[in-house]
Ligand binder design. Sequence first.
Ligand SMILES: O=C[C@H](O)COP(=O)(O)O
Length: 304
Amino acid sequence: MATLLPTLWSFVRDTVREGFDSNAFDLEVSRDFDTQDIAQATGRYEQEAKDLLHNKTEIKKLISYIDLTTLAGDDTAGRVIALADRALNPVPTDGSVRCAAVCVYPQRVLDVKNHLKAKGRKLNIAAVAAGFPSGQYHLQSKLMEVSLTVDDGATEIDIVISRAAALDEDWKTVYDEVLALKKACGSAHMKTILATGELKTLSNVYKASWASILAGSDFIKTSTGKESVNATLEVAYVMCSAIKRWYEQTGKKVGFKPAGGIKTPEEALAYVALIREVLGEEWLNPQLFRIGASSLLDNCLKAL
Ligand SMILES: O=C[C@H](O)COP(=O)(O)O
């Protein structure tokens, strides 16, 4: 483990060298959001969700976007193995459907990996890391946690931003940390959790989205599921506006993951309607759209 430290510190050093252009950042993020416009749009998505609710194909697609999650202090090898089996075959009457990934704590990654190996099956293994859920840890321990979790076999890492830096409007620190963590992820995909329920304003949500996208996040994700306010359509609209803007400027597609408190197919389908309108149908696949949820699958099965 001691040999990891010099490598991890080199991430930090390289990150600082890559720099953050504050002027360009401020220029880009100086936009206002009309909350009335957003409320009108989210009302539309909720209505569209009601219309989609009786379409069984849409419900099965929903299941394919789910990062099937357990993030509890009493998670055991047995629980995450059962979760992985469920993710591989979530609809007992239709073997063609599977969830996008399982999402577990770092210490449970190896249990899932060994189980999949023994079964000869493949499944994305996402793990929350980098001081999840609060982010209130030293950067070097966040980097080490990410490295160890990737070494254990996580193919996707869900990191958290520093809300302290975001609330202090220190976007350079937010960017630097995300950039360093992206490097620590290596080939694993990185989803950056903004914890929007703690960011206070929609303007901060947009700025945190932009800093995270600039720093190379593969996905941006709303929430950990542990904040008192988790995913909402309002913040999803703002985050997807940043993803759209980035795509218009660079041609690069960043994914979106609402997570936390999404329990019913109707709630989840409203996010589908939002993605369809703001980003387009091409975003509606598990490479670019995930839903982080621990109890949505049960309710989807009831709707089938
Ligand atoms: O990232 C996923 C969330 O932690 C899941 O939240 P949930 O348990 O409210 O569905």
